[in-house]
Structures are given as C-alpha cells and as structure tokens.
Ligand binder design. Sequence first.
Ligand SMILES: N[C@@H](CCC(=O)N[C@@H](CS)C(=O)NCC(=O)O)C(=O)O
Length: 211
Amino acid sequence: MKLYNYWRSSSSYRVRLALHYKQLAYEYVPVSLIKGEQHQEPHRAKSPAGYVPVLEVEERGVIAHVSQSIAIFEYLEERYPERPLLPRSFVQRGHVRALAELVNSGIQPFHNLSTLNHVKSIGGDEKKWAAHFIDQGLAALEKQAKAHAGVFLFGDTFSWADCCLLPQLFGARRFGGNVDAFPLLTRVEQTCLELPFVKAARPEAQPDAQP
Ligand SMILES: N[C@@H](CCC(=O)N[C@@H](CS)C(=O)NCC(=O)O)C(=O)O
C-alpha cells in the first residue's frame, strides 16, 4: 500500500493512525499542499478533487486509489478486520461513526486550505472564521463524547473517534483554538500520545515534516 499524504494534513494524520494501529505496512508518499502539488499531475489522476489523503491499494493485480479518510477507514476495516477500530455492537458502531463525523463534516471542512483561501479572497478574516468553527465543533464533540467516553473517546478501546480527535486537536492548536476548554478531549489526547503507534503517526515524525 502507498499513502499519498502531507505531514500536517489532519485527514492524512487520521489515516496514518488507522494504518499504524492495524500494524499495516505502507509506503509514505509526500504531496506538498504548500507547493500546490495536490492540484497538479500526477496527483490529480489519483484524486480528481485535488485532496490528500489517497490510499493506493492493489487487489487481484489491479491498482486502485481510495480517497476520503472515512472511506479509507471503511476500506481498511473491511479488508483488514484484525485489530478493529470499530466496536462490535451495531449501536456502538453508530456512536463511534457519529463522533468521527462531528470532526470530519462538522469541523475540518471549515479550516481546509482551499476554504480558508476562499474566505480570505472575499475579504473575510480566515483565522477568526477557522477559530469559530473549531471552538463550536470541539464543544459539540466534548458534549457528545461524555456519555460513552472511557480511557478513549468511545469506551476503553482506540477507535475511529480517536483517529479523528488527535488530528483535530493538532489542527485546533495550529489555528489558535483554545483546547484547554475541553477537559475530556485533552485527557484522552494525553493518553493517546503516550502510545507508540500514535507517536509513529504524528505529524512531527513524518519524513516531510518542517520545523
Ligand atoms: N473529507 C476529506 C477531506 C480531504 C481534505 O480536505 N484534505 C485536505 C487536507 S486535510 C486537502 O487536501 N486540502 C487541499 C486543498 O484544500 O487544496 C477526508 O476526510 O479525506
């Protein structure tokens, strides 16, 4: 497998967490969002929408490209069910998916690079814009997670919810969000950051990381 990704992209970080948790080997292929490589060939052929991450897989001799981090989670879960990242019960799976979506559709799109560039181009304050949606989204996540949190964001097993939480807190700090206002989220984060597979997936540990 190859992962086309960028060290600081939160959706890329989600997928690295899933791959490292499942102990799946992959080749790291950097795509620089700062240089605009996501919009150029050869990346466009793999992601017509111009996004990272993209997971390249080979099934029965055919190479395929799976994009969108949640779709990649689904692919990995079905293809490699060992070391699951979803609970067994259908209701619990629904709860974990809901936590992941609070981040995936409720926060990250608002601070995506192309969103911020557009806000700026129409005269908006992109930093204030991002901070607003991050604070609002993390408050919703903190509230919703309370009912079922354990050692991790959902129960006592690492899940998709944690794969989305860690990159979102990393992103929140980048954009000046006040993460200390969310004691449950930061407590789970501290626990996760001690785990060796998390350390391996962190942005700072990637080959294209910048100081
Ligand atoms: N919902 C998508 C989001 C993909 C996405 O927004 N990727 C960002 C980086 S986190 C990107 O490639 N942005 C490039 C751009 O906006 O030009 C996912 O979960 O993979």
